[in-house]
Structures are given as C-alpha cells and as structure tokens.
Design a protein around this ligand. Structure first.
Ligand code: IFM
Length: 413
C-alpha cells in the first residue's frame, strides 16, 4: 500500500505542484561546525597542520597557493554569529546545528577558559533569541594540540580528557542545548586521518584507524552517560551513512557486506547510547564486485566536488534505519555548488525522498542542510561552496543569501 501511495505522490508531483506535508514539529534548518566557520583557532591540531612545512610544501608541489588552504579568519563567525543566526531566522529556519571548539575551551590540559565559555553562552543565547532549536556538536574533526601530543584518540587512556571537556561543556552550556551531538562522523575522522592519510596526522595504517574508531565509540558511550546525568536532552553522534547499490550477484554480496561494516559497525555499538539517530547523507556507491567501486555512473550529475547526486539513496538509507525504532534527524546533507545552479533541485529532490521514507514509516523529525554559510572545507580549503548563504571572500566576508536559500526558506516556512 505504501509503495502505491508513493507512486501516486510521484505521479501527482510530476503533474502538478503538489505540496508534501511533513510531520508537525519537523525541524528545518542548516548545519555548520566551529572550526570551519569561526576563524583563528590557533590551538587546534588542524591549525598546526595547515601551517606546517610539510603541508605547505605538498601544496606548492601540486601548484596550489597554501594561503587558500589555511582556515585563517574563516567566516569570522566567532564574531559574526548573531548576523548568521539572524539570517537563518529570516530564512524561516527553526533549528540549527553548531559546534564548540575544544581547543578554544581547553587550550591547555586541564585549563578551561571561562571567557570562551562565556562567549559560547552568548552564542547559544543568540541562537535561542532567533528562534532556533540547537543541536550542539562537541567534536567535529579537530583537537587541541596538547591532546594530540599525548597521542590523541590512538590511546585509550586519553578518552578521559575528552570526557572531561565534554563534562564541562554539558554543565556550563547544557541549559541552552536541545540536542547533543557528541562526535561528527567518527568513521570519516578515523579513515581520513589514519587510513587514507588525508587529514592530520596523515597516517596510513588500518590498525590505527580501527583503534581510533573504537576509542571514539567508547568516548561516545562515556559522554552520553555524562549527558544523561547533567542534561535531559537527547544525545547521538552524526554518522555519515552511505547508500550502496549492487550490480550483479557479487555486487549484492559486496553491498550487504559494506552496509554491515561501513554503515553498521559504529551504529550497532552505539545504538543503546543514542536517543535518536543523527545521520549525514552525501554518498552513493555502486558496487559491481567486492573491492571495485564507483561513486556513480560516469555521466551522472555531480557536485563541484565531483560527488554524484543521488537523492533516491537517502530514502534507501532511511528505510534501513526503520528497524532501530528511533527518531532520525538528518544532521547534514548538501553540495558544493558555487554557481547555485543545482542546489534548489538538490534540496527538493532529497526532501521528496525523505518524505517517501516518512510515508513508509520512518520516524524522520528534522532536516539540516549543510551548510548555513560557505566555509572552510578542510583539506580542500575555501573553493567548495556549500553555503545557503555565500560568504564573499573578496568583500569583507559579506553574507549574500543565495537564490536556492530563498526557495528552501519557502519550504521551511
Ligand atoms: O564540510 C564537511 C563537514 O565538516 C563534515 N561532513 C561533510 C561536509 C562536506 O564535506
């Protein structure tokens, strides 16, 4: 019956301007992270890496200008957060995902900067003032330098430092937070940093990667226990879930395996410590036989980063979560699109398939587009433009609302 319903929705949508109804209380908004927007995070391992000789030389060898790959002042959101939240309100958002930066809050081991905590309190108050429910991320790829010197997440005994920091944040800022996000994309953090050698510390060691993943899982468990004591608000991680599609019998086997390992490993081990499922959706992989994979077909439409656009995959991923019987929030979904020529359709198509999943019984309660503003896209620097709002780097970081943002605003409204 559900399939027939979805089919007719599809037909009607093709034929007319049908309005899809989303559940009451659905959260609409955008997401960002501290390091990618704040600027000036000099105590962070990423900052140290961006300025390292090794990194600069590697960039020069590729004919790239190192300055374009340094976060620097980023979007200056450390100072301009109120302006950004006002724009989100103006765009009819009712929720926002933001982060706090550990290396600012605890620049030295055991030293918590009260001025910085006061600053973050003002930031959260501002988000509330602008009518936004807050998803607060505690860890989004970056660490204090002192923590990394101790071995970072490679060492199980270091988990306690992270938990201690989280404890401070929960006690000090918890009253403003509606949803906790402990760790953003632990699997991406670990694979990019410890298996593929892309993020700092640029290791290529599967054993270390696995160790880091397990220590992040343990960190999440311990922090969720702290949150249970000091805050009544729901907690989850932000997992980057992929859509895998098979071709041929061997492809089917590969897909099942990948779904079990890549999407399932952290999920299964943390589910009892999550009140909701927080997920990011960007990728589709077409598997023909084990080990051989393609992002998407050659001629498929792609984002500026070359990622295939597969909105229908979102429905498949969401349906795979139904069995867990937990509310789901999309904590990130977006595209690099400097010309803003694909974003409106991208958003509408993803929301259409999200709605299909709801119609088939998945309890999806919110959608946060990545990202509110253009920002520092990690190893790629500033060129990928993910923002609903452009940040003009040639004009004092002036914010300019993109056309697609106004179309998304109509839906939010
Ligand atoms: O910019 C990143 C974000 O920090 C984590 N998720 C994916 C985004 C786009 O690459």
């Amino acid at each position: 019956i559900n399939n027939i319903k979805v089919f007719f929705f599809f037909l009607l949508r093709k034929m007319s301007k049908i309005q899809l109804k989303f559940p009451k209380g659905f959260l609409w908004g955008a997401a960002s992270s501290a390091y990618q927007t704040e600027g000036g995070n000099t105590n962070s391992d990423w900052w140290a890496w961006e300025h390292s000789q090794k990194r600069m030389e590697a960039l020069k060898k590729q004919g790239k200008e190192p300055l374009n790959y340094m976060s620097g002042i980023a979007c200056d959101s450390y100072n301009r957060f109120d302006e950004d939240f006002a724009l989100a309100e103006h765009l009819s958002h009712n929720a926002i995902r933001i982060g706090v930066e550990w290396s600012r809050i605890e620049p030295k081991e055991g030293v918590f900067d009260e001025d910085v905590l006061d600053h973050y309190e003002k930031m959260l108050q501002s988000a509330k003032f602008h009518g936004l429910q807050i998803f607060l991320t505690l860890h989004h790829y970056t660490n204090p330098i002192w923590f990394v010197k101790k071995g970072g997440f490679l060492k199980t005994k270091n988990i306690s430092f992270f938990v201690d920091y989280a404890h401070h944040v929960v006690e000090r800022l918890g009253q403003y937070v509606d949803f906790w996000v402990t760790i953003n994309e632990p699997e991406i953090y670990a694979t990019q940093g410890y298996a593929l050698g892309i993020f700092p510390p640029q290791e290529k060691n599967l054993f270390k990667c696995f160790k880091v993943i397990n220590n992040l899982i343990e960190s999440h468990k311990q922090i969720s226990a702290v949150i249970k004591i000091h805050s009544s608000k729901p907690v989850s991680l932000a997992l980057n879930l992929l859509d895998f599609q098979p071709s041929g019998f061997l492809g089917e086997v590969a897909v099942r395996l990948m779904r079990y390992i890549i999407n399932g490993y952290i999920m299964r081990r943390t589910l009892d410590y999550c009140d909701y499922i927080g997920m990011n959706y960007y990728f589709h992989h077409h598997l023909s036989w084990f080990g051989l994979r393609k992002h998407s077909h050659e001629n498929h439409e792609k984002t500026d980063r070359g990622w295939g656009i597969h909105p229908e995959g979102l429905e498949r991923v969401l349906l795979s979560l139904k069995k867990y019987e937990k509310p789901v929030y999309i904590l990130e979904n977006g595209l690099a699109d400097a010309a803003d020529s694909r974003r409106e359709k991208f958003i509408k198509d993803h929301l259409y398939y999200l709605h299909c999943a709801i119609a088939k019984g998945v309890d999806v309660r919110g959608y946060l587009h990545w990202s509110l503003t253009d920002n520092f896209e990690w190893e790629e620097g500033f060129w990928p433009r993910f923002g609903l709002i452009e940040v003009d780097r040639e004009d004092l970081l002036r914010r300019k609302v993109r056309y697609s943002a106004t179309k998304y605003a109509e839906i939010c409204k």
